[in-house]
Structures are given as structure tokens and as C-alpha cells.
Design a protein around this ligand. Structure first.
Ligand code: SF4
Length: 291
């Protein structure tokens, strides 16, 4: 398989075939993100993608899921996405699920009928980096989308029958906007009611604009227990019809996997016990964390 640079995928895609169809991220501006800073965004040539698909086909039905890398593969034009999904269906007919990262811009550049077409060709899920429901936080971290655009994105994906997995970041408002950040995020989640939520915990990565802001004193990362209090607030206040909620990404201090609202009370009790005790030893150590 042809891989350019470091490859990232959501935790739930650990057993997926990773097919790199773009290099880097077309946005590449989020202040906390160092994932693709060394890569200049480009779509990969069709012959390289096709060779990878044929190589995977020659191995046989080893993977039931495919994740299309890199940062926002949904930004590819319709023609290329149709080409990729059609080839996957033709050569890997045993694949049951295909997913990718898509940000607010890349979803809204497609019409609902285009998203429906992609869904019919096998694209089942979009992992959407929402990060916060607070417009001021989104502006500060240069997320490149607003809360109302996130709501519109959720509506389009729902209409296209595409599963929507929303990514949220604890601590992204810093100490200064922690309360506004988490309240607005809980209310946004209640409004869009996604079937999947993945929580990350902000880590200040050296060399990023967020690290510069921290150095200058304009961003102060909340303590690990304050970020767990944000998690508690989210679980307590966000209202879902039925949501698979997880904080099992490597950045988190405490992995939580539950169904909401079903498991709300038991998870809240366990989380409160950890916070009240204030015992670091039950949290993931810094050396094993990563964003
Ligand atoms: S967080 Fe996502 S959209 Fe933002 S720069 Fe990183 S990969 Fe791109």
C-alpha cells in the first residue's frame, strides 16, 4: 500500500483497511492540530489509489471496513469519490462499511443529493471534527466553520442517511472559556442529536499556534480534573435519542464508552467518584497520551 507521511484514523477504525486517497488536510489551519503540518494537501493520483485497491483485493476478504485517509477526504470532487467507491464495491465486495473524515466545509460543499449518491455507493459514515459549540472558540482555533453551519451539516447528513460521528474536544476553550465552551457544546449536541460522539482531550502540541498562544499566556489549558468536569457536564446535560458516546481516544485521561441516555446515571456516578477522589493514579499517564 502507498502511504505518504504519518497516517491517522479514529479509534473505532483500528481494524479497518486504511486507504490513503488524499495527502494532508485541505484546511490545515486548526490551531491545536499538528497532524498534517508537514504535508502539503493534494489528492492522490487515481493510478496510485487503484493500485492499492487491487492490492487489497488480491489479499482477499481480510477487512470488512475501509477508512479513507487523510484529514478531510470528503473534500475530493464527486467524480473522484464516485470512482473510489465504485472501485471498492467492484473489487472488494465483502466490505461492509466505508468512512472518512469530513469537516463542516467539505460536507456543505456537497448537495444532499450528492451525499445520498455517495451513501448509495457505500460511504456509510462521516467523522466530523466539530470540537466546540461555541462560535468564539471555533473562531479562536480557526476551525473554519460556525455553529450554525455545524447544525446545517448534521441536517444534510441526516437527510442523506449517512451516519454522523461528531468529534468534540474537552478543554478547547481554555480556562478562560471553559464554561461557555462546554455549555454551548452540550446544547449543540442536543440540537443535532448525532448517533455517535467521540471525545478528545486538548493536548498542547509543541510547534502549533495553540502552543504559541499558551506561551504568550492567551490560552491556559484547564487542569485534567477540570477537563473531566467538562466531560461530566456533557454526559449530564447533552440530550440524545440514542448515542454511542466514547472517550477512548488516546488523548483522554479516562476512557468512557457508553450508550446515552441508557447508561447516563451509572457513568455519571463513576465519573463523579473519580473527580471527587482527585486521584491521578486512575488516569491515563501523560506519557501514553497523544492527540
Ligand atoms: S483538525 Fe482536522 S480540519 Fe483541522 S487542521 Fe487538523 S486535520 Fe485539518
Amino acid at each position: 500500500m502507498d502511504y505518504v507521511g504519518a497516517i491517522f484514523r479514529p479509534p473505532s477504525e483500528a481494524d479497518s483497511m486504511l486507504l490513503q486517497v488524499t495527502v494532508g488536510c485541505s484546511h490545515n489551519k486548526c490551531s491545536y492540530c499538528a497532524m498534517y503540518r508537514e504535508k502539503r494537501f493534494r489528492p492522490k493520483p487515481w493510478n496510485v489509489i487503484e493500485k492499492d485497491i487491487l492490492e487489497a483485493a488480491s489479499i482477499g476478504p481480510r477487512f470488512r471496513k475501509v477508512f479513507l485517509c487523510d484529514g478531510d477526504a470528503l473534500i475530493l470532487p464527486m467524480g473522484r469519490l464516485v470512482e473510489i467507491l465504485t472501485a471498492l464495491r467492484q473489487h472488494l465486495p465483502w466490505v461492509e462499511r466505508i468512512s472518512l473524515y469530513g469537516d463542516t466545509r467539505s460536507v456543505l460543499r456537497k448537495s444532499v443529493s450528492e451525499l445520498s449518491q455517495l451513501r448509495q455507493l457505500g460511504l456509510t459514515m462521516v467523522y466530523h471534527g466539530v470540537e466546540s459549540g461555541d462560535d468564539e472558540v471555533l473562531r479562536a482555533v480557526e476551525k473554519g466553520g460556525t455553529r450554525s453551519e455545524v447544525v446545517q451539516t448534521a441536517k444534510c447528513l441526516r437527510e442523506a442517511a449517512m451516519a454522523h460521528s461528531v468529534i468534540i474536544m474537552l478543554g478547547l476553550g481554555g480556562v478562560q472559556r471553559s464554561e461557555q465552551h462546554i455549555k454551548a457544546t452540550a446544547s449543540l449536541l442536543s440540537e443535532i442529536d448525532p448517533p455517535f460522539v467521540g471525545v478528545l482531550t486538548t493536548t498542547v502540541v509543541p510547534g502549533t499556534p495553540l502552543a504559541q498562544a499558551e506561551h504568550a499566556g492567551s490560552f491556559v489549558l484547564p487542569s485534567k480534573f477540570d477537563m473531566l468536569r467538562e466531560l461530566l457536564y456533557l454526559i449530564e446535560n447533552a440530550r440524545f435519542s440514542k448515542c454511542r458516546f466514547s472517550s477512548n481516544h488516546a488523548s483522554n485521561y479516562l476512557p468512557v464508552r457508553c450508550m446515552l441516555p441508557r447508561d447516563r446515571q451509572s457513568v455519571l456516578s463513576a465519573l463523579r467518584a473519580v473527580i471527587d477522589k482527585g486521584d491521578d493514579s486512575v488516569l491515563r499517564p501523560e506519557w501514553s497520551r497523544g492527540l
